[in-house]
Ligand binder design. Sequence first.
Ligand code: AQP
Length: 330
Amino acid sequence: MKRLFSGVQPSGELHIGNYLGAIRNWVTLQESFECIFCVVDYHAITQPYAVEDMAPRIMDAATWILACGVDPEKATLFVQSDVPEHTELAWILNSVATMGDLNRMTQFKEKAEQQASVNAGIFTYPVLQTADIVLYKAERVPVGEDQLQHLELAREIVRSFNARFGPIFPEPQAHTGTARRIMGLDNQFKMSKSRGNTIALGEASEAVMAKLAPAVTDVNRKRLKDPGDPEKCNVYTLHTHFSPEPVVEDVAAQCRAAGRGCLDCKKILHRHLMDDLAPIQARAAELKAHPERVRDILAAGAEHCRKVAQETLREVREKMGLCRTGGRIS
Ligand code: AQP
């Protein structure tokens, strides 16, 4: 089986963008790949956060990943900072990655614009991301559209490393699903934890409807009798991911014919969205009642990953002429 790596940041509540763009695919992919899934807390610390929030967020992310259907019998789940080799390899790869390439990263530019002072971790984020992947010699990386540029950079870093020190790492390939970029409820920006434009996986039914009600639809459809264009409507896009095919067809036809109002269309979406979320929420509640189960899964995952990671680092050091002096504990 080919190995696959993917991660999610504990930077806030996981949302339906993370679910459609990543975690729902993970559940399918765990059947045909050797999957390693990670809660990437070292990435999350590049954003401002309250210290007391981080540990609960990490547990929360792991809980939702499991509740969505990632099965520890089929896939490995762990927390990035439990395997320090991630940052060690990132430092090594920093000596291969170029400032010019990192400067081109759109996500860096966007995040930098949102902050008065930009830490170096945001800049070198894609290098740590490369280390995350190649530490396990993963060949596939399921990602949303936002991460495609980072993955191209990872491939570039791998090529440079291999050319200089020998062919250790495979070039990772992106694996994109059908939901490459879910827009936020503002229909303006990508759905993002940091933008506050999300529907969280744990949101109660009434809260979901309260968020959907004012969600932006086709802006040209101002009155009920104006025909709409489903292709310009984020609510329609969400229908394509949550509603059954005949409903999606009906929603599109009614929108074009101005037969149904946007609020009624949202109520239908709400029903189908909750059909998907309700069993996930029930599993999450069960796991939250038994956090020791989640901790055990993460501990077993970290133990497995540490072994693989240490072996990769041993190989890397050897190729780079970094010999052991005997002072190093491993
Ligand atoms: N809106 C989205 N549409 C499709 N896929 C998405 N992903 C995130 N948002 C969308 C995918 O989810 C995985 C985990 O993402 P992440 O949590 O590591 O980081 P992110 O992409 O930066 O997610 P957020 O919500 O936008 O977080 P913040 O606001 O903290 O930066 C990735 O595979 C991502 O592609």
